[in-house]
Design a protein around this ligand. Sequence first.
Ligand SMILES: Cc1ncc(COP(=O)(O)O)c(C=O)c1O
Length: 394
Amino acid sequence: MEFDTKLIHGGISEDKYTGATSVPIYMASTFHQQKIGENEYEYSRSGNPTREAVEKLIADLEDGTAGFAFASGSAAIDTVFSLFSAGDHFVIGNDVYGGTFRLIDAVLKRFGMTFTVVDTRDLQAVKAAITPATKAIYLETPTNPLLRVTDIAAVAKIAKDRGILSIIDNTFSSPYVQRPLDLGVDIVLHSASKYLGGHSDLVAGLVVTKDQALGEKIGYLQNAIGGILAPQESWLLQRGMKTLSLRMRAHLANAEAIFNYLKNQPLISKIYYPGDPNNPDYEVAQKQMHGFGAMISFELQAGLDPKQFVEQLQVITLAESLGALESLIEIPALMTHGSIPRDIRLKNGIKDELIRLSVGVEDQKDLLADLERGFDQLKGSHQDVSNSKVHSQA
Ligand SMILES: Cc1ncc(COP(=O)(O)O)c(C=O)c1O
């Protein structure tokens, strides 16, 4: 089945009891067992038909064998790290989501896990960071917010050669753009609150594996820890996922048009977009991505105030998150990455004047006009933003 057909007919596409073409929301905590131990469902933490529909769908879309749905992307990440134990070491990408960094730095370290942060584009650095205690390489590609692209197949091979796991957060791409399991990765996870849900109306996380034994371990932990996605959100998520291809085609086309506009905008000093032929990661992106995603980050010329720019846009919404129908804009230093200490953030290249844009599916003309208006109003303003307060810990 082709990807677009899988979106509609993959997973469990109809209710097995009634034939309803939308799997209903099974609001039940427990299930009547006719004979002990013979029931398909027993208790909704361990299995619920609505959740199962979305779990089977994501497994199909990522070319995996097992999928698991969680109450948030963060719960999914935490459950994946629960595969490991005190004393285990990890190689982590240096540009991961701020909340992932927070989970590692403020929580997992307390449980005796250790981490070496590297730029995973540098394969020699990845190899050099592996120690006898290393159990996994964890990364995002493209990264958040600098959209750096790592060669997924090359990292997966390093992990395989060393007998450790490779784990990729595929939130920024969605399985429409790239499918890491096909490139040899062991575990793929998502904040499904983004492109998969697609409509800014839910928070959810997904995990997919290809190896059955690994899938069983995640399933065990999902039930043991209990951070499951509720039936109502599961239904909403699978409903959103069905239009993923339709939405992604519009996202990608708009992103390309906006990149072409921004690259000629004199008030910008730097653009980060994997589809930029001048981007050092362009070739790797072309090799492994189907389209270049719909995230663009850019830095304003020194002295221009990013707050002033983002706060007066009228079509593009000032908000955290990404992958929504609405174009969303934010300042990582003050918002999504505000929990990372400033010195570490600057060391990783995330400057105070960086702006991250999640390109939505509105009409291109309106998006371009909104940006143009924003740049027009910026002209002539010169403020230092380094003292601005961090507004969010999301
Ligand atoms: C790349 C990435 N991974 C994980 C997460 C965490 O997901 P959630 O907000 O669903 O807990 C986010 C949230 O923004 C994210 O951007």
